[in-house]
Design a protein around this ligand. Structure first.
Ligand code: HEM
Length: 393
């Protein structure tokens, strides 16, 4: 089953997704406010952008979160309210998955006594006003929206095979035995997993890059030169270009993902007794791998609190000497992230579009140092607020 899903995010399929990605990125980024009196909370925009992109790739569905709204367009007031409601619920569900003392009571309890988490969550989600209740209500609303999309697509006989949802539905219809595995509930749950896994992570990474580059002007100069040298605004990079013809952009993305590791922890459960580093771990032990800590280990990254994309230059000594598993922001092994190439393509494409037109500076309303929230994924506590400068090129 993982193979059916993975094929969706492989290079062969990525190039067919590029035009759609391009048009969403274009529409989201073409008219940013450039007045010196105005700020933009870029992290909100990037979450909308990443949600629209995954909406198209995973569901073939246009959430329309980044569409320009004018009084004359086809979006009526009711649609606007629904879209706003959807994004609020989506943001709420991505930001309340916290694993510290500001999370829901059941999660806090689970940190102290894991066995109590599930029974308490079942009780608390029935108590109006509790965070567990609010999270449950929000998840139900989002799931019901996704259920509607799945149901509609299941009935569509001309659905094609461009998006994840159609691919799964096609597999279910063509292979005997899959009907019992790919039930409608299961498909909705998978689609929801992709929406969550693919939007908050990519969106955070794009915003963190803009934030970091805005305060490292030498990086900005090198990056914009590479992007400008590639060609004019009309020359759209192909999947191959994005993978091979932007070496410095590649380094900037890797370094930003090291600097702010969006998925700071990944978990595994020992399927049998195992010995690691002299410790015997019985079957069933939960093992947490702290990717965020690894990313700041001076053994692998000299001066780790410095933002220095050149440390990922494949010709430099630091990069050559580094252990291949020291930089693993997408996890590792058979359960590694399936969206690596997809998200890197989206991140690079978005940055090329943005830096062709604009430069960014921290808004005076941006706190210093940056305040982060540690949840299941990292998030900005107050958002990334930027001033946008229109480039003259
Ligand atoms: C910057 C972007 C992203 C980052 C940093 C990221 C990171 C991760 C990490 C650390 C894991 C856990 C891996 C492990 O346990 O070893 C993961 C799993 C996963 N990611 Fe991503 N991810 C990103 C984007 C995406 C996108 C765009 C999608 C979907 C299109 C996606 C779908 C998934 C799924 C489905 C899993 C679960 C895989 C499994 O359990 O087999 N991710 N991701």
């Amino acid at each position: 089953m993982r193979n059916t899903i993975i094929s969706m995010y492989q290079p062969s399929h990525l190039s067919s997704l590029l035009p759609k990605m391009q048009s969403i990125v274009e529409s989201a980024t073409q008219n940013l406010p450039t007045s010196e009196h105005e700020d933009i909370t870029f992290s909100d925009l990037s979450l909308k952008l990443a949600t629209d992109v995954i909406g198209q790739a995973a569901f073939g569905f246009d959430f329309g979160l980044t569409k320009e709204r004018s009084l004359n367009d086809s979006y009526n007031a009711q649609n606007d309210v629904e879209v706003e409601d959807f994004i609020k619920q989506h943001m709420y569900s991505t930001t309340t998955l916290k694993m510290d003392l500001s999370g829901s009571f059941s999660i806090i309890l689970g940190l102290i006594c894991p066995i109590l988490r599930h029974p308490f969550q079942q009780i608390l989600k029935r108590v109006p006003g509790t965070t567990d209740w609010k999270v449950d209500q929000t998840n139900r609303k989002l799931m019901s929206r996704l259920d509607q999309i799945v149901e509609k697509r299941a009935k569509d006989k001309d659905r094609g095979s461009k998006d994840f949802l159609s691919l799964i539905l096609n597999a279910r219809e063509s292979q005997k035995g899959l009907k019992n595995v790919f039930t409608s509930d299961y498909i909705s749950a998978l689609a929801y997993e992709h929406l969550l896994a693919g939007s908050a992570t990519t969106s955070f990474t794009i915003s963190s890059i803009l934030y970091l580059v805005a305060s490292h002007l030498e990086v900005e100069t090198k990056l914009t030169k590479e992007i400008d040298d590639f060609g004019g605004h009309d020359l759209m990079p192909t999947t191959h270009d994005l993978q091979h013809n932007f070496p410095y952009l590649d380094q900037v993305v890797k370094e930003a993902m090291r600097f702010y590791t969006v998925s700071p922890l990944v978990a595994r459960e020992a399927s049998k007794q195992v010995e690691i580093g002299g410790y015997v771990l019985p079957k069933g032990t939960w093992i947490w791998l702290a990717l965020g800590v690894l990313a700041k280990d001076p053994k692998y990254f000299a001066d780790p609190n410095k933002f220095k994309p050149e440390r990922f230059d494949p010709t430099c000594e630091e990069d050559k000497k580094r252990h291949p598993y020291a930089h693993i922001p997408f996890g590792i092994g058979p359960r590694q992230c399936i969206g690596i190439k997809f998200s890197i393509q989206e991140i690079k494409l978005t940055l090329i579009h943005l830096y062709r037109r604009y430069l960014f500076r921290h808004s005076p309303n941006m706190e210093e140092p940056l305040a982060l929230e540690y949840g299941i994924v990292l998030n900005f506590k107050y958002g990334v607020k930027l001033k946008v400068i229109k480039r003259s090129t």
